[in-house]
Design a protein around this ligand. Structure first.
Ligand SMILES: Nc1ncnc2c1ncn2[C@@H]1O[C@H](COP(=O)(O)OP(=O)(O)OP(=O)(O)O)[C@@H](O)[C@H]1O
Length: 223
C-alpha cells in the first residue's frame, strides 16, 4: 500500500499548491490522477515518489512511514520506486549513451554485475535496438528517449511506478507501446502505479481507478 496522508506541499509554505490531500493505492493497483494543468498533480506525484518533502502529512510506503525525502530517503524506500516524467530531455543526462542511461540506477546501487543481463532484457521490451542504445539523447527522438527513461524506471524492478504525464509529448503509437510496457511489467511483477495526466480517456482505459484532483480534498488552486 502506498498511502499519502493529509499531504500539504508546495514551493512556498504560505501558499501550498497541494492542500491536505489523502490518497491510498493498494499493492498492485493502478490509479490514474486527473486534473487540469497547474493544479499540483506533479507536485503530489513527486511527494509520492519521495522526491519532494511535504510541508505537512505523511507518506506511508508498504506500512513504513517515510522519514526522509530525496537523498535522505532510505535506499530501500528510494529503490522501491520507478519514476517517469513528462519531459525526457529534462530527466536524462545528455552525456550518457542510452545504454548507460538505462542502467545508471544499477551502477548507483552497486549492482554492476546485473547490467548486461538487464539491458539485454529491457532494450527489446521498450523497443530500442542496439544501434539506438549507443546514441546520446540529442541523437534520438523524444519518443525514443522516453522509451529509455521507462527502461531506466524499470531496471531495479520497482514495486511502485509513478508516471507523471509520461506520454504527454508522444504520438499515439508510442503512447500505446509505453503503456503496454508498463502493463506487462505490472502483470509480471505485481507493481502498483500512480499515473498522472489530463487525458481522461487514456487514464480510464489504463488504470483500475481514476480520481479527479477535486475529489482529493485539495483546494488545489495552484497558488
Ligand atoms: N519548482 C517550482 N517552484 C515554484 N513553483 C512551482 C515549481 N513547480 C511547480 N510550481 C508551481 O506549482 C503549481 C503546481 O504545479 P504542478 O507542476 O504540480 O501542477 P500540475 O498539475 O502537474 O501541472 P501540469 O499538468 O501543467 O504539469 C503551479 O502553479 C506551478 O507553477
Amino acid at each position: 500500500m502506498l498511502e499519502l496522508r493529509s499531504i500539504t506541499a508546495g514551493y512556498d509554505r504560505s501558499r501550498p499548491v497541494v492542500r491536505d490531500v489523502t490518497l491510498r493505492i493498494a499493492g498492485g493497483e493502478a490509479v490514474g490522477l486527473l486534473g487540469p494543468s497547474g493544479c499540483g498533480k506533479s507536485t503530489l506525484a513527486r511527494v509520492a515518489a519521495l522526491l519532494h518533502r511535504p510541508d505537512a502529512g505523511t507518506v506511508v510506503l508498504d506500512g513504513a512511514p517515510v522519514s526522509g525525502y530525496r537523498h535522505r530517503a532510505t535506499p530501500a524506500q528510494r529503490t522501491a520506486y520507478g519514476v517517469v516524467f513528462q519531459q525526457p530531455r529534462l530527466s536524462a543526462d545528455p552525456r550518457l549513451r542510452l545504454a548507460d542511461l538505462i542502467t545508471e540506477p544499477l551502477r548507483a546501487t552497486g549492482r554492476r554485475a546485473e547490467i548486461p543481463g538487464r539491458l539485454a532484457e529491457l532494450a527489446p521490451t521498450v523497443g530500442l535496438s542496439g544501434d539506438l542504445l549507443s546514441r546520446r539523447p540529442h541523437e534520438v527522438s523524444d519518443g525514443q528517449l522516453q522509451r529509455a527513461c521507462l527502461a531506466r524506471a524499470l531496471v531495479l524492478r520497482p514495486r511502485w511506478l509513478i508516471c507523471d504525464e509520461m506520454t504527454a509529448m508522444l504520438d499515439a503509437s508510442t503512447t500505446a507501446a509505453l503503456v503496454a510496457v508498463v502493463e506487462e511489467y505490472r502483470r509480471e511483477s505485481g507493481a502498483g502505479l500512480l499515473a498522472v495526466g489530463h487525458d481522461r480517456v487514456l487514464l480510464e482505459r489504463w488504470c483500475d481507478r481514476t480520481v479527479g484532483w477535486a475529489e482529493l480534498g485539495s483546494s488545489g488552486a495552484g497558488g
